[in-house]
Design a protein around this ligand. Structure first.
Ligand SMILES: [Mn+2]
Length: 329
């Protein structure tokens, strides 16, 4: 990795126009690792632009950087000398921006900064390590190695710390290491606002989100006889009654369902407004969902699985309960 970081620095020095990109359906780590690099390169007098097919969700705005992403950027006329990708594990995660500009991506120095185990090393320079909790943690490491810490403003420090929070679920996920906490300490020394992102993304409850959660918890929550499996089926009418966003449901499952006492496995099946239904499933470390998920053709990590289907809510509920037969006994 040392030589890759050195190559990265040489590329920065020799480039004037730099394009940054991150993955589709960007999460907070993807946005703020990119933002930090954006802000630092700007201080180094580079002409920097950032692109993604989509703008970041509105609520990410609290950490200030939403406006730097330009979904309609004309990459051909920008003509970057260097492209840097943040937090994306493969080309296809760069979606249409990559698809429509393949030639430019192939013929321009392309640096990949990422922490996903599954990364396909698709750049000409690859700074990739699964030993980092998040791309934000990795970006801080790179900045340290390049002696650029002096450019980290309180705003950049807050952004990097926020990405660490969200990718580790506030030091709760197993990707948290001593180095993660030391990075956080360094960022706090650099005047990161450590309370703001914690409040905004973890503690704060909006009225609309509470209504959605309350409706689901009071009317829809089901628990198996052995108390090990909890689930809910969510028809579209519930989303119409409340203001909704499927990202709010992700929160409900990981913060509430998954923390119910006794519960080892939980899932949500909900109707999408344009097509079909989506199922999302979590389990504790005692279980491994990959075998179940693989059988049903889902996407999965060990403790999380998800898929979409054109079947009805009830059919999908039945299908999952059947796959979990052993766990229900
Ligand atoms: Mn990440």
């Amino acid at each position: 990795m040392k030589s890759e970081i050195k190559k990265f620095w040489e590329l920065i020095k020799s480039s004037k126009k730099i394009l940054l990109i991150n993955h589709i359906r960007m999460d907070m780590d993807a946005l703020w690792s990119l933002s930090a690099i954006y802000d630092i390169l700007t201080q180094l007098w580079k002409d920097v632009k950032a692109v993604n097919d989509e703008v970041p969700p509105n609520n990410y705005n609290i950490i200030w950087y939403n406006e730097i992403i330009e979904p309609y950027l004309d990459i051909v006329s920008f003509k970057p000398d260097l492209i840097i990708s943040l937090d994306a594990a493969s080309e296809w995660q760069l979606w249409a921006t990559y698809e429509n500009n393949k030639e430019i991506f192939k013929n321009t120095p392309f640096v990949i900064i990422d922490h996903h185990k599954t990364n396909e090393w698709f750049g000409s320079v690859n700074i990739i390590s699964k030993d980092f909790s998040s791309s934000c943690e990795l970006v801080f490491y790179i900045l340290k190695k390049l002696n650029l810490v002096k450019y980290i403003t309180p705003k950049i420090a807050t952004a990097l710390l926020s990405g660490i929070y969200t990718d580790t679920n506030i030091y709760y996920n197993s990707n948290t290491s001593g180095y993660t906490l030391r990075t956080a300490a360094d960022l706090i020394d650099l005047w990161a606002d450590f309370r703001k992102p914690y409040f905004e993304f973890y503690k704060k409850k909006t009225i609309t989100k509470s209504r959605l959660w309350w409706t689901i918890l009071s009317k829809r929550l089901k628990i198996s006889d052995n108390k090990k499996v909890a689930w809910a089926i969510v028809p579209f009418s519930i989303f119409e009654e409340t203001w909704w966003n499927d990202r709010d449901l992700t929160w409900l499952i990981s913060e509430f369902f998954a923390n119910l006492d006794w519960v080892e496995i939980c899932f949500l099946v909900y109707e999408l407004n344009y097509w079909g239904v989506k199922a999302s499933l979590r389990c504790t470390e005692k279980y491994d969902m990959s075998s179940v998920a693989e059988k049903l053709g889902w996407g999965w990590h060990k403790q999380a699985a998800w898929f979409t289907s054109d079947k009805t809510l009830e059919e999908v509920e039945k299908m999952i309960l059947k796959a979990l037969k052993k766990e229900l006994e």
